[in-house]
Design a protein. Structure first.
Length: 315
């Protein structure tokens, strides 16, 4: 079912804003790794911190969410396990194994991952992969890879290849968990807003984080205060603000496969935002040559996606 153009474009705008806040993940996780923080603590602390930080936002929302979780606990455990636990375990391990640019660029596989997962989830028209959206997603991915090509600096070592594989798993787990929960709520006839979904998945993931916490304690001892602060920054910027915005955007167009794919593909803008922030505030070089070409391709893909979802139903 095609969403109204205004709704679809609004979802794209929210998804772009979420990408801006998601950029904090790569830098702060890499900072924790370079400071000696264990990757398992980096992963678990984000969600341990997210739950109490979100409690003030749940005023008036808790009763409906608790009822939904109590009736279908397996669904919440399943999709939180995939979309939050598997996603962030792989991303945190990758941050300890490879450079931030490799993690950030490889995660952009998520711009097409959601579309490729559609046949596994849906039993209606949404199971079909929208070819126009797939072409736009591949174009965005090509732009990201072009921007990062100059930073590779030659062949990747063993740790970098491990990081690449972990991030690839993470890139598929995140949209799969989000789409899976949306589909479960749709079939159960339950309406929850983005804040409720993010808090519910974070809360449901806590039992799954317990063995990770035990493992981290046995391997590295208690986390440092600096690592806790870094995890708190990721929890606020990426775990709450960015994730709520992203869930809101995808929830708006959950029945429109093209607009949903477009909202997910806006994560490619993370590379643009990271580059612009680095140049404007950190004194890094502005992209030029191949990097500038890649940035232009990403912008073109975003424009094409916007044009695609803005078409009238008859068009």
């Amino acid at each position: 079912m095609k969403s109204p153009p205004r709704v679809a474009l609004g979802a794209i705008a929210l998804a772009l804003l979420s990408a801006l806040f998601f950029t904090s993940t790569y830098v702060l996780n890499r900072a924790a790794a370079l400071d000696g923080g264990h990757w398992a603590w980096t992963a678990a602390l984000r969600y341990v911190v997210t739950v109490p930080l979100m409690l003030p936002l749940m005023r008036g929302r808790w009763t409906t969410l608790w009822r939904a979780m109590r009736v279908h606990p397996r669904a919440w455990l399943l999709w939180s396990g995939i979309g939050f636990v598997l996603f962030y375990l792989c991303l945190s391990y990758a941050a300890a194994s490879g450079p931030a640019w490799l993690v950030a660029s490889t995660f952009q596989l998520t711009v097409v991952a959601g579309m490729l997962c559609a046949p596994l989830l849906y039993r209606d028209a949404r199971a079909r992969i929208p070819r126009a959206a797939l072409v736009c997603g591949l174009l965005a991915l090509a732009g990201v890879l072009t921007m990062q090509a100059a930073q590779a600096g030659g062949r990747l070592d063993r740790n970098a290849w491990i990081a690449l594989g972990c991030v690839a798993v993470s890139a598929f787990a995140y949209p799969l968990g989000n789409r899976g929960l949306l589909l479960h709520l749709e079939r159960a006839g339950i309406e929850l807003d983005a804040t409720q979904r993010v808090f519910g998945l974070s809360l449901a993931s806590l039992p799954l984080w317990l063995p990770v916490i035990v493992f981290a304690q046995m391997r590295a001892g208690a986390p440092s205060l600096h690592q806790v602060w870094l995890a708190g920054g990721v929890a606020l910027g990426a775990g709450i603000i960015a994730t709520v915005l992203f869930f809101r955007a995808t929830g708006m167009v959950r029945r429109d496969p093209v607009a949903l794919a477009a909202a997910e593909a806006m994560q490619a803008a993370e590379i643009l935002f990271a580059t612009l922030i680095g140049a404007a505030w950190l004194g890094e070089a502005w992209p030029h040559g191949i990097a500038a070409l890649g940035a232009g391709i990403v912008v073109l893909a975003i424009v094409l996606f916007s044009a695609l979802v803005a078409r009238s139903p008859r068009g």
